[in-house]
Design a protein around this ligand. Sequence first.
Ligand code: HEC
Length: 201
Amino acid sequence: MLAGISGCHRGLARLAIAHLAILIEFSFALGFRMGYISFEPVDGRAGSNVVPILEIAEMISLARRLVACFAVGVLAVAFSVGSFAADDKKKDDKKNPTIKEIMKKVPGKEGLVAKTSAAAKVEKWEDAQKLAKQLAEYGEALGKNKPKKGDNDAWATHSKGFADSMTSISEAAEKKDKDAVNDAVKKFGTSCKACHDAHKN
Ligand code: HEC
């Protein structure tokens, strides 16, 4: 989610740069055509007193140039949109943590659940909510994995149970409800064995 937003910003920045480049190119093209910009000294100055007379041929040439610039712009936009979408997708694929990574991060004495629980206990709600948000993300991520052991239906049930635990902790933290955080954390603590029996070697 966060990655998505920052990816979007990067994409927009690229679009802006692409458009700026086109605008500058077009202004130069126009300037040269009309004789406002010249690298040759005119009356001793690199100046602008060349009187432009736009002839039909020049008008057509300018129009062509405009169309060409516009086409380049469209291509640039298509390219940058495409490439940032591809970037985002690559990152998303790479980013989904494995079961093992989630198990190292979420449960345990130093895990995110313990930290969330501790923060809630002393009513550091901002901390608790930040931690719980990560929990909810890990909850969602677990089910995107396939365990090495156990069948798919059992995994669907167990991983949904895990995700639900993470959501209840997160919702309780959002509501600043100490008891609800405590209950959800306790319930999560009783869920380890059934899932490990079914899916852990
Ligand atoms: C939804 C299923 C599920 C639940 C619930 C679950 N686990 Fe796990 N856990 C697994 C699976 C599957 C593995 C094996 C991962 C692997 O080796 O690829 C695992 C592995 C682990 C590991 C070993 C990680 C490592 O470094 O290899 C620990 C520690 C662990 N779990 C702790 C817990 C604790 C504590 C709880 C409960 C508070 C819990 N797990 C709840 C599925 C679950």
